[in-house]
Design a protein around this ligand. Sequence first.
Ligand code: BT5
Length: 260
Amino acid sequence: MDLEKIKDLIKSDTVGNRILVYEELDSTNDLLFKMGEELTEDGTVVISDYQTMGRGRLNRSWFSPKGVNIYCSALFRPKIGVSESAVFTFIASLALMDSYESIGIKPKIKWPNDLVFDGRKLAGVLTEMKPGKNFLVDFIVVGIGANLNMRIEDIENKEDISAIATSACEILGRDVDRVLFVKDLLTYLDKYYNIFLEEGVHSIVAYWVNRWGNINRSVKINIDGRTIEGVVKKVDRFGYLYLETDRGDLVKVISGDIVF
Ligand code: BT5
């Protein structure tokens, strides 16, 4: 399988210092989370060519057809409080943005965890955390699903996905090299992880906010079926949004889905 080649290409000290590649898994996040309980090193990466039970947030599923996209997870052992773990979703989005830009695609970030192109979902991030002692993180598993060579015409029978998704090959009109894409992705994850280690959470939030580009813009957010609208005033170190509504209230949004 071509993805095996990635093991020879990554030379970083942290992200990808150990890479496990599988033909098939239920979910890369599930395997790495189990490994994390047994003291797996910071930066360990699991990649699978296919997932039978790929997961999104809130018990949603992540469609993971064989041999076309990237499904990978990375384990981190940062010294941060449990409430700060959302910064790893930001680290993954930044790495994904840079990786897609390297192949000529400029996606947009959709808070909190999506990459979209022309309003269609190109990639998603699932960050899961094991709490340790004293409200500190034991470990974090960041799962990344990146659509590369999946053809929307091939998944027309999966209407829930084909109506909202896109992929690199749909945008570029040609297939992309999955190995080179994962190489970039892990290299950029390592870059942003090191920025986080050297400069802290604030620096990553600042990079992310800058790329997101929605400060002082009006957004609509769906929260459990209710939509609220307001102007984004800030994003804090926990990844929460602060919206100013037209009544002048400042509302803190912890989770939800941005509506276009
Ligand atoms: C996400 O959740 O976007 C996080 C996706 C993370 C997937 C990776 S793959 C490697 C690792 N192992 C796992 O088991 N998971 C991670 P969320 O924001 O909840 O979005 C889920 C929604 O996206 C679904 O309900 C669908 O509407 C849509 N969706 C599912 N599969 C998709 C795909 N391949 N492309 C685009 N949209 C998809």
